[in-house]
Design a protein around this ligand. Structure first.
Ligand SMILES: O=C(O)[C@H](CS(=O)(=O)O)OP(=O)(O)O
Ligand SMILES: [Mg+2]
Length: 230
């Protein structure tokens, strides 16, 4: 099995894992405890248009703040705990939902909170290649996505008993993610982490940095995110 790490765009047609640790991947993973499906939109305008056509809760942010007129922002716990009987979540965020659009492969969603589950599941479904794709921050490298990718890559290699062809880039992410105290420091002091703290959303970082608190693995098929079947 060939294991790689990429930025924004996947390099495989086999199996990709989209990683946006602060916060979209975490929000998607935990939202599936409250919603049956998530429809990612690429702009707030598109989300508002879709809301007119379907019965859905509309969530997301721009610059880390809830979009005016949305039911909820991009806080994983706020979305997970949103009190509703509606089964569909419409979600648009600055980075994570944007990069899903161009991924021409089987796509899973990975974060710290489901790192082992998504790593193991990717090995189960991949044929020959797994590419972990970092969402980044406004088109730039994001430390938290590199660290979360490293945690996921660790579990992929663990599931393969380290019998795999892994890129140096992917190896570097694993090495960078091994010290959990350093990883947490990275989450709180990266660009997104500092911004979220300024926006009084530190509680979201507290959630997004937790390791393996969820078995949920979302798969992106036909423009919809749902829990992958066992
Ligand atoms: O909502 C988020 O946390 C980020 C935007 S920012 O880094 O807080 O400005 O969006 P995401 O698409 O989850 O990276
Ligand atoms: Mg992010």
């Amino acid at each position: 099995m060939k294991i790689t790490l990429s930025f924004e765009k996947t390099q495989t047609k086999d199996t990709s894992i989209m990683v946006d640790a602060l916060r979209a991947s975490t929000t998607i993973t935990l939202a599936l405890n409250n919603f049956n499906e998530i429809i990612p939109c690429f702009t707030p305008e598109e989300a508002f248009e879709l809301k007119k056509e379907i019965n859905g809760i509309i969530a997301g942010e721009r610059s880390g703040k809830r979009v005016e007129g949305f039911d909820v922002g991009n806080s994983p716990k706020d979305v997970e705990n949103y009190d509703t009987d509606i089964e569909t979540l419409i979600l648009t965020t600055s980075n994570g939902t944007r990069i899903l659009k161009d991924m021409d492969s089987t796509v899973l969603v990975g974060s710290m909170v489901n790192a082992k589950a998504v790593g193991y599941k990717s090995v189960e479904i991949a044929e020959n290649e797994i590419d972990v794709v970092m969402a980044g921050y406004k088109g730039n490298f994001a430390l938290e996505d590199f660290l979360a990718a490293g945690e996921i890559l660790y579990w992929i290699c663990d599931r393969l008993n380290n019998e795999c062809e892994i890129s140096d880039y992917a190896k570097a992410a694993i090495m960078a993610s091994r010290d959990y105290d350093a990883l947490k420091e990275g989450f709180y002091n990266c660009n997104s982490g500092r911004k979220l703290s300024r926006l009084k959303s530190k509680k979201d970082i507290d959630c997004c940095v937790l390791k393996n608190i969820s078995e949920n693995v979302a798969i992106y098929e036909n423009n919809i995110l749902k829990l992958i079947k066992d």
